[in-house]
Ligand binder design. Structure first.
Ligand code: FAQ
Length: 325
């Protein structure tokens, strides 16, 4: 079905319908699944929402890694709840994408065979407990910066899913910052562990917003369709401006010698991440890329019997209903 949709994108949309559609977007109306939409709009949404869903699901892995090793029962319960929230986010987002005519199975297959991506940040390892703090503080912090504006995105199911997701991400960000505060007010070794986590996660967190505006292939069209509300560089700048004072409050040093407040622009000047590294991660060459996909593939294969059982049950119920009619 998805393959058919991609084919049909080649047929150009009716210009009158396109103009009426753009007028609805410009007037701030929400587009709902059964409304007419350009094939490019549908395809872009499937790509973005599907990749977002995959990111939430794959994003459970680096933190799931620490559930059994959390330093106290309370920390374990909090981390467990957070990781379960991420699973919930993935499920709402898969549902939102399914309203566009793609199935969850198809999206999963595309993730596993490399046709769909997941956020670059989850290709990095979580080496110490302080990484749980850095992930909550920086990764959820970056996710919120990107997702709060998406509550106003033009596609109704996506915008509505974002409302709940953002509330939960705010809790996640706070719990991460709380871990960092504890580590930074602990022993010198604990504070050093927090600094090391910041050193390793700073640039990968900046990469979460995507390539620079000059390199972004989708931004212009996605912003015209209000699938994206801000450019990648705008959000990256806002994230740096918000996060640097938080690092100062913690007594940590952002690992960027060039970082300086720029009075004129009212924001920080900062170093770009290593974009070669980013594009390597996107190609599946991140430090944990192979492991992440192998883990998802194993989960998918292990769940085969459940899917078959559900289908057999549904077929049996259908047959019983037909026999009774
Ligand atoms: N990683 O033209 P653009 C989270 C790709 S949720 C991987 O700028 P676009 C919660 C992009 O797909 C994190 N790929 O693309 C959590 C495109 O390739 P394609 C996920 C990336 O779509 C926290 C190409 O580069 N959030 O963290 C990345 O307009 C803690 C060109 O780029 C979302 O998905 C990247 N970082 O803008 C969970 C939010 N950046 O597809 C667990 C929604 C770019 O043509 C624990 N998504 N690419 O092959 C978005 O806002 C956008 O899709 C962007 C990228 C901003 C990510």
């Amino acid at each position: 079905m998805y393959a058919q949709m991609i084919k049909s994108e080649a047929t150009s949309d009716d210009p009158e319908k396109l103009a009426a559609f753009q007028a609805r977007i410009d007037a701030g109306e929400k587009i709902e699944p059964k409304d007419w939409m350009p094939e490019g709009y549908r395809k872009t949404l499937i790509r973005q929402i599907g990749q977002h869903a995959h990111s939430e699901i794959v994003g459970q892995l680096p933190e799931g890694n620490w559930i059994t090793r959390a330093p106290s029962l309370e920390r374990k319960a909090i981390l467990l709840a957070k990781v379960q929230d991420e699973a919930g986010h993935g499920l709402y987002l898969y549902c939102a994408a399914e309203t566009l005519g793609v199935s969850r199975d198809e999206m999963t297959e595309m993730l596993l065979d490399g046709r769909m991506k997941y956020s670059s940040i989850f290709a990095y390892p979580t080496l110490t407990w302080a990484d749980m703090g850095a992930v909550g503080w920086l990764v959820d912090g970056a996710a919120i910066m990107n997702q709060v504006p998406l509550q106003r995105t033009s596609f109704g199911p996506y915008a509505r899913a974002m409302i709940r997701i953002c509330k939960e991400e705010s809790f996640h960000q706070r719990q991460g910052f709380d871990i960092m505060m504890k580590m930074c007010s602990g022993t010198p070794a604990q504070k050093q562990m927090a600094q090391d986590a910041l050193n390793r996660f700073w640039f990968p967190a900046l990469m979460m917003f995507g390539p620079s505006d000059a390199e972004s292939t989708h931004s212009a069209q996605s912003m015209a369709w209000k699938i994206k509300m801000n450019s990648n560089d705008e959000l990256r700048q806002k994230f740096v401006d918000q996060t640097v004072p938080q690092a100062e409050y913690l007594g940590l040093t952002v690992p960027d010698d060039t970082l300086a407040w720029n009075e004129e622009k009212g924001g920080y000047d900062f170093a770009e991440p290593d974009w070669d590294e980013f594009f390597e991660v996107l190609k599946g060459n991140g430090p944990c890329s192979v492991d992440r996909i192998a883990t998802r593939k194993k989960a998918w294969d292990d769940g085969q019997w459940v899917r078959e059982g559900l289908m057999a049950h549904a077929a049996k119920k259908r047959a019983a209903k037909v026999a009774a009619e």
